[in-house]
Design a protein around this ligand. Structure first.
Ligand code: G4P
Length: 524
């Protein structure tokens, strides 16, 4: 491998921002892109989100809902690194794709609203990151507003998420009295709302403000110093190794909206964020990013980004080597080789064609129905398959039928394809074989309905079954059909595994009390 290519690969930092809606992900993304020079005006991403941006070539359903930047990959250069931020849609557009995106990153940034603490969606996404053991960096946002006490927030992180934390910096005051942050890592105080030059104040060897400054006289400074003393004595120690293993989360405080603490965060983060990581194949070979041969896997398929062309885009995370437009690659599942003449990459402002990309990067391949979620593509002659992407436990279910029974063939073909593609999950009742769909977010159903009409010309009838708790069964042979009931429905998944759909937590516990021998488990 040429040293240039090696350098290119090692410069990549690929991450996703996880948060609960409204915690400030869009604002933060915008500020990061702004620092990286990827956008001129910190307002572009927001404008897209709120629909003020021209979204002519985005999927129709997204336009209607004013969602955009879906699935985009935003790229910028900073301090010799090439940063790839993968978007993880929130709100109603939360879906399995959101989870799967986390399979394609090497680290995650978790944004927490200081007033709200850890919220449900953050928790779900956090669990997926934890399962992968990737480093997680925390940014506690909105310090310009009154929020929870910083020590309380740290405690919440540890208790609710079960991860140890290390405060990289500490707020001095909050809300109207927010004076700045005490930066433990860079050993300085960064003042809030102060001009560039005199923003930073030095701290001495005792950890005290080294210069005469009015801040020193405030109770907020005294409080911060007390807290820091406590952290120094009783808090966790910083360990880069434990950060890398995802066992310790470095915590930063700041305010994305006022652009405070963001640059410091970015710079510190980039010092610790991992380079592209190796991946395992199904037969447990390790594929290193610096391997000469190109390889990658499909983690997301986006349909109809341009309705005029009915195209689909398969998003590929490059695991090793280099991609060049025009190169040949082989799809491992089918062993078919093809030349990639069209490829696309997503930047903040527009789609661009990419000619070259390396391990750590994401490319979008135009797809006419060849790819499935989890597919492996390789550049060399020897094919292999990356580990299967996990299946996620759906929480929402719908019964679905074709409005016109004459369309039954198209109906089944459409479902099969969309299920294989990973857009939705398939379940059926035991004897009547009624079709049910499972999803983690409502939008998946809407996309399904829309695509069945647009691509397969089938109108579907969707009958909500509401939230269910799906549980798979370790010892299927012990399951009796008499165990099924209105509150504990027994169905089969697409691989023919038995699954109980419980009405709620209570129904599940009631079932377990009655049937102690049945071992239930959930997917991720
Ligand atoms: P999201 O992508 O995570 O959903 O959050 P987003 O960035 O859209 O932020 C949600 C709201 O929180 C926005 O206000 C945004 O301006 C605000 N916000 C983000 N960061 C900060 C911060 O550091 N301090 C304060 N005070 N507010 C912050 P909004 O009223 O919903 O939208 P807008 O009318 O301001 O655009």
């Amino acid at each position: 491998m040429s040293s240039n290519l090696e350098q290119d690969i090692l410069s990549r930092r690929t991450f996703a921002i996880i948060s609960h809606p409204d915690a400030g992900k869009t604002t933060m993304t915008e500020k990061l892109l702004y620092f990286g020079g990827a956008i001129r005006d910190a307002g572009t991403v927001k404008a897209k989100k709120t629909g003020k941006f021209a979204t002519s070539d985005w999927m129709e359903i997204e336009k209607q809902r004013g969602i955009s930047v879906t699935s985009s990959v935003m790229q910028f250069d900073y301090d010799g690194r090439r940063v790839n931020i993968l978007d993880t849609p929130g709100h109603q557009d939360f879906s399995e794709d959101t989870y799967r995106t986390l399979m394609a990153v090497d680290s995650a940034v978790m944004i927490v609203d200081a007033a709200k603490g850890i919220e449900t969606q953050t928790l779900k996404l956090f669990k997926v990151c934890r399962m992968r053991g990737i480093p997680i960096f925390t940014f506690i946002n909105k310090l310009d507003r009154q929020g929870k006490e910083p020590l309380e927030l740290m405690e919440e992180l540890e208790e609710v998420l079960g991860i140890q934390s290390y405060a990289m910096n500490w707020p001095i005051g909050m809300g109207k009295e927010f004076l700045g942050i005490y930066d433990r890592y860079n050993k300085r105080i960064e003042q809030f709302r102060t001009e560039e030059e005199d923003r930073f104040l030095p701290i001495d060897e005792n950890g005290e403000l080294a210069v005469d400054h009015e801040m020193k006289k405030t109770s907020y400074y005294t409080q911060a110093m007390e807290d820091i003393k406590l952290l120094n004595e009783a808090g966790n120690e910083f360990s880069e190794e434990r950060v890398t293993r995802g066992e310790l989360t470095p915590v930063f405080f700041g305010s994305a909206l006022t652009n405070f603490g963001v640059q410091t965060f970015l710079e510190t983060y980039l010092n610790f964020a991992p380079t592209p990581q190796p991946r395992l194949t199904e037969d447990e070979q390790i594929i290193e990013p610096l391997n000469k041969e190109f390889s990658g896997f499909v983690f997301k398929i986006q349909a109809n980004m341009n309705p005029a062309h009915r195209d689909r885009i398969a998003f590929v995370r490059i695991v090793s080597g280099e991609f060049e437009r025009g190169m040949s690659m082989t799809l491992s599942r089918t062993n078919k080789s093809f030349k990639v003449t069209q490829s696309t990459q997503f930047l903040a402002d527009d789609r661009e064609t990419v000619d070259k990309a390396v391990a750590g990067d994401i490319i979008g391949l135009y797809d006419t129905g060849n790819y499935q979620i989890g597919d492996t593509v390789v550049g060399g002659k020897k094919t292999f398959q990356f580990e299967r992407l996990p299946q996620f436990t759906p929480e929402l279910f719908m019964k679905v039928t074709a409005k016109n029974v004459m369309k039954s063939k198209h109906f089944h073909k459409g479902i099969l394809q969309l299920v294989q593609e990973g857009a939705i999950q398939y379940y059926k009742t035991l004897h009547t074989e009624e079709v049910m769909l499972g999803a983690v977010g409502q939008l998946q159903f809407e996309v399904f309905e829309h695509r069945m009409k647009a691509e397969y010309n089938v109108d579907v009838r969707m009958e909500p079954m509401g939230n269910k708790m799906a549980r798979w069964i370790q010892n299927e042979e012990d399951v009796k059909e008499s165990m099924t009931g209105p509150r504990s429905m027994l169905v089969r998944d697409r691989y023919d595994n038995l699954v109980f759909l419980f009405e709620n937590e209570f129904a599940m516990r009631w079932f377990q009390d009655k049937n102690e021998n049945i071992e239930l488990y959930s997917l991720l």
